[in-house]
Design a protein. Structure first.
Length: 78
């Protein structure tokens, strides 16, 4: 069985107030439109390590498996 990985890049800018809705559990998933034009949904918990005092800001690459399960999320260094 061959498991393919798909990589997408996207930009995200969430204020600390906006992220609080995800952190508190009010909202469980984040949906982004990637630079490739694809809508991708992933658990809000995936961005916890990227939260700063001003929220979550930056360019990211997300890797999904063939079942669209999140494998990794990484911030791209400018």
């Amino acid at each position: 069985m061959h498991d393919t990985k798909t990589h997408f890049t996207f930009s995200m800018k969430l204020s600390s107030d906006e992220y609080q809705r995800y952190y508190s559990g009010t909202v469980h998933n984040i949906i982004v439109t990637t630079h490739q034009g694809v809508s991708v949904q992933f658990p809000a918990s995936a961005v916890r390590s990227f939260v700063k005092s001003d929220g979550v800001n930056g360019n990211f690459v997300i890797t999904m498996d063939s079942n669209n399960k999140l494998l990794s999320l990484q911030r791209l260094v400018a």
